[in-house]
Design a protein around this ligand. Structure first.
Ligand code: SF4
Length: 186
């Protein structure tokens, strides 16, 4: 049975994996942190409004506190001055958490190869999804969000929760990939 597969019987019983349930719950209830850095933030606000309706994807509850957020959408130009603040907000968000770099500025510095602009927010926080464009339209942000949800569905939270102590998510996934490769080779 594939990890993501849900088997449903006619008697109303379903069988699936704990990983699937965790991942499905997490990807269906993302709470973005409320902040924007520049023009891309206007597109992010439009994505949350009625025309595009981010709530359809379970990610429309923008939180006013990093302690209640699990998704950071970096929408705008991250300047060197803002860098420590972005990092502090990220550090205050509880695990598990994810990051989307929205637009050219957040991804690479965009049209600002200057002394004052961070050349990509991934220099200070780990980015899961990069969205190109200057600015990206709301459809692009929705697409990026769906790709992040796909990524979340590939995670293995049970490896992290049960019996692995301080093993990180990345280490657990690396171990799994290695085991799969060995199984394929055999
Ligand atoms: S990518 Fe373009 S629209 Fe977005 S913040 Fe930078 S300059 Fe503004």
């Amino acid at each position: 049975m594939a990890k993501e597969q849900v088997i449903e019987s006619s008697s109303g019983i379903i069988t699936t994996t704990v990983d699937f349930v965790f991942n499905w719950a997490r990807k269906s209830a993302l709470w973005p942190m409320t902040f924007g850095l520049a023009c891309c933030a206007i597109e992010m606000m439009a994505t949350g409004a009625s025309r595009f309706d981010l709530d359809r994807f379970g990610a429309g509850v923008f939180r006013p506190s990093p302690r209640q957020s699990d998704l950071m959408i970096v929408a705008g130009t991250p300047t060197l001055k803002m860098g420590p603040v972005i990092k502090r907000v990220w550090d205050q968000m509880p695990e598990p958490k994810w990051c989307i770099a929205m637009g050219a500025c957040a991804s690479t510095g965009g049209p600002f190869p200057t002394y004052s602009t961070l050349q990509g927010v991934d220099r200070i926080v780990p980015v899961d999804v990069y969205i190109p464009g200057c600015p990206p339209r709301p459809e692009a942000l929705l697409y990026g969000l769906m790709r992040l949800q796909d990524k979340i569905m590939q995670e293995h939270p049970t490896q992290f929760i049960f019996g692995r102590g301080s093993v990180s998510q990345e280490e657990a996934e690396g171990k799994i990939n290695q085991e799969e490769a060995e199984g394929t080779a055999a």
